[in-house]
Write a protein that binds this ligand. Structure first.
Ligand SMILES: Nc1ncnc2c1ncn2[C@@H]1O[C@H](COP(=O)(O)OP(=O)(O)OP(=O)(O)O)[C@@H](O)[C@H]1O
Length: 663
């Protein structure tokens, strides 16, 4: 019997506390280390082994009996009577047996350990390929049994629909229904999916729906009043345009991507309005920017993506403004407009940060490599890029609601998650989200071979060497996956390989329709797959027959990312669950990471050492690259912390302003 999902609208969402400072922060960090420490891990490990052993005993239960036991357990968790948590091991044992019967997968002890960690509000670091999808189901079921909304957050729509579909039989068996919400869905479909016990979706959909729901007219923020209104006027339920049931538990897959990489970008719900004056201004700014000479009129700082006008640049701009409309008379405003146009020219590249589709600029997500047709850059940047591309300018938009992902996820009462790469950011997870990181051991020892990196003076020689290595693997019958940082680079390599007669599959934001098919073929004998970060997370590449004997999948990292975690995710596509596999990174002296984050004199010295073939030069470049990656990560962390502090400050300032008005 399936119990109806509880109507949760009437309950308040948790209000996030402030970030601890000074001594409080020190004490808080110590607590984090304790909660994510070896003792906790040992305790969960022992419990997990007992649970798996217990589940093996339940093999003898008839299907009817197993369902009955699950129903009783669901009732315990729904009522939350005192001591119900003592039933946790038995509940997990029943679910483990159910997973075997419905999905043909009995969770390994390390998966049960991961499930326990997530249930207790930790972030389980589980290596890639260890079966996080199944692991997440157990805490999701335990949470959804309470009748409160449980959201499983995945990295993209494809994974949301895939995971909800694959795991549906287990949820049904446990008396729950599972749904998924994706970008293309209409409100009615969204509502019906959000009404399910467990909902798979992406952080963007979840936050956008949360904000849109909050914008609905007549929404009472007070829980008791809302309940009363619904009792007095049952029609209010039908007229309620909100799609979500509320927020309670979020289990976040690829938690580092969601809670760290994307955390700083605020999600903004906006309405576009025609503004001819702004359109003309953007075109004028573009024309002026085109007349400025780099080095003479402005200087650009690539590391911080910052542009500064020189005195000559200011003078030239002032002279140009004399013949322009009033808006250009204000010095600060005209500089802002031209700096935006210059940023568009200097830092934004087609095929990297964006593509042009049907006459529109479409943003490519830097971390996932996917297109984001709903997103636009703010403060005139989108229009500046359109102007540079010679496209019709879109109307600017007015902000209706905004919230950063960081702040949003701090609203949840229960937060848990998993990822293959959390260690580097353990401090940040605890500091910002109160999530201790627990490193779960692998089910089988990992036999991945990390081959020494290869270093080249320039990108042309690097790409030629990559093509040679791909050809070598292809001839030997080994499948290869090459990860690139941009769409343009993936296309370039594909053209190069095709020129050499090597058939290859290309997976990027522009060619994504056959994603599932490409991934299904990527582990077959002789397959060559070139992919942007799209293949970096969640893709499960199965080895074809005889491929393991040849050495398994070989991964080539063609250019390192600012966050080391992203490289580790890509490398994690090979050698899953104890299979063989290997990975190699390629570096060139003009890689963006080195250009932006390694000091220029060091780069010059290294380039000379490389050109002269000095022993140890390649190792030095690799060390410099590691330092550059650390510098990039530190900068990104500081930016995220600032965003959260600004968010807190804004919310304080706004609530103060409101209470003043009300008072
Ligand atoms: N207990 C199990 N028994 C048998 N097969 C399993 C089990 N758990 C997971 N698998 C299989 O292992 C493979 C990897 O699982 P999954 O994609 O969930 O890994 P992952 O940890 O999410 O990887 P990634 O970090 O790359 O996203 C899948 O093919 C899945 O069916």
């Amino acid at each position: 019997m399936m119990l109806p999902a509880r109507d949760y609208h009437a309950t308040r969402i948790a209000t996030p506390g402030k970030l601890p400072k000074g001594l409080d922060r020190w004490a808080h960090d110590a607590l984090g280390r304790l909660r994510g420490g070896g003792r906790t891990l040992q305790r969960y490990r022992e419990q997990a082994e007992q649970i798996v052993a217990r589940s093996l005993q339940q093999r003898l239960l008839s299907e009817r009996r197993l369902r009955e036991e699950l129903q009783q357990m669901q009732a315990h968790f729904r009522r939350r009577q005192k001591g119900y948590e003592a039933q946790l091991p038995e509940a997990l044992a029943l679910l483990a047996e159910s997973a075997e019967r419905t999905l043909g997968m009995r969770p390994y002890p390390v998966q049960v350990l991961g499930a326990l960690a997530i249930h207790h509000g930790c972030l389980a670091e589980m290596a890639t390929g260890e079966g996080k999808t199944l692991t997440a189901c157990f805490p999701a079921i335990l949470a959804a049994w309470s009748g409160r909304p449980c959201h499983v957050v995945t990295a993209n729509d494809y994974l949301a629909s895939r995971d909800a579909g694959i795991m549906a039989p287990l949820y049904r068996f446990a008396g729950l229904s599972a749904g998924w919400v994706g970008g293309e869905m209409e409100p009615a479909e969204r509502r019906s999916n959000y009404a399910r016990g467990v909902v798979y979706t992406t952080s963007k959909e979840l936050l956008a729906d949360f904000l849109r729901d909050r914008l609905q007219p007549g929404l009472c923020s007070d829980a008791a009043r809302r309940q009363l209104r619904r009792l007095l006027d049952p029609r209010a339920v039908q007229n309620d345009a909100r799609v979500m049931r509320g927020l309670d538990t979020a289990i976040i897959d690829e938690a580092d991507s969601v809670l760290i990489d994307e955390a700083v970008t605020p999600l903004i719900i906006s309405a576009t309005q025609e503004n001819r004056a702004l359109t003309e201004t953007s075109l004028l700014a573009q024309r002026i920017a085109d007349s400025l000479v780099p080095g003479e009129h402005y200087r650009s700082e690539e590391r911080y993506h910052e542009i500064r006008l020189t005195e000559a640049g200011r003078a030239r701009l002032g002279a140009a403004a004399e013949e322009l409309p009033g808006l250009w008379r204000g010095e600060a405003r005209r500089e802002e407009l031209v700096l935006t146009a210059l940023s568009a020219r200097e830092f934004y590249r087609r095929g990297k940060q964006y593509v042009v589709e049907e006459g529109k600029v479409v943003i490519v997500d830097e971390f996932t490599g996917r297109l984001m047709p709903q997103r636009t850059w703010r403060q005139g940047l989108h229009q500046a890029i359109e102007a540079r591309e010679g496209l019709a300018l879109s109307d600017p938009s007015e902000t209706l609601a905004r919230l950063s992902f960081q702040r949003f996820f701090r609203f949840f009462r229960h937060l848990g998650g998993m990822t293959g790469t959390a260690r580097e950011a353990a401090g940040e997870f605890w500091h910002i989200y109160n999530l201790p990181v627990l490193a779960v051991p692998t089910h089988k020892p990992c036999i991945r071979e990390i081959l020494p990196s290869r270093v080249y003076a320039d990108r042309q020689s690097k790409w030629r060497a990559i093509a040679d290595e791909v050809l070598e693997c292809h001839r030997a019958g080994r499948p290869v996956l090459v990860g690139t940082r941009s769409i343009a680079a993936s296309e370039e390599l594909a053209a190069m390989l095709s020129g050499q007669g090597v058939p290859c599959q290309l997976l990027n934001a522009v060619r994504h329709r056959e994603e599932a098919q490409i991934i299904a073929g990527a582990g077959q004998r002789g397959a060559v797959t070139i992919a942007t970060n799209m293949a970096g997370r969640g893709t499960d590449i199965h080895l074809g027959r005889g491929v393991a004997e040849l050495g398994g999948l070989h991964v080539i990292v063609s250019e390192r990312h600012e966050a080391g975690r992203i490289d580790r995710q890509l490398i994690g596509r090979c050698s899953r669950q104890g299979e063989p596999g290997s990975a190699r990174s390629y570096i060139s002296m003009d890689d963006e990471l080195l250009r932006r984050f390694a000091p220029r004199p060091a780069r010059r010295l290294l380039a000379r050492a490389l050109a002269e073939n000095r022993p140890g030069a390649a190792a030095l470049v690799e060390k410099t690259l590691a330092l550059a990656q650390q510098a990039a990560q530190r900068l990104a962390f500081r930016q995220r912390e600032t965003v959260l502090q600004t968010d807190d400050w804004l919310s304080d300032a706004l609530s103060f302003a409101r209470s003043e008005v009300e008072g």
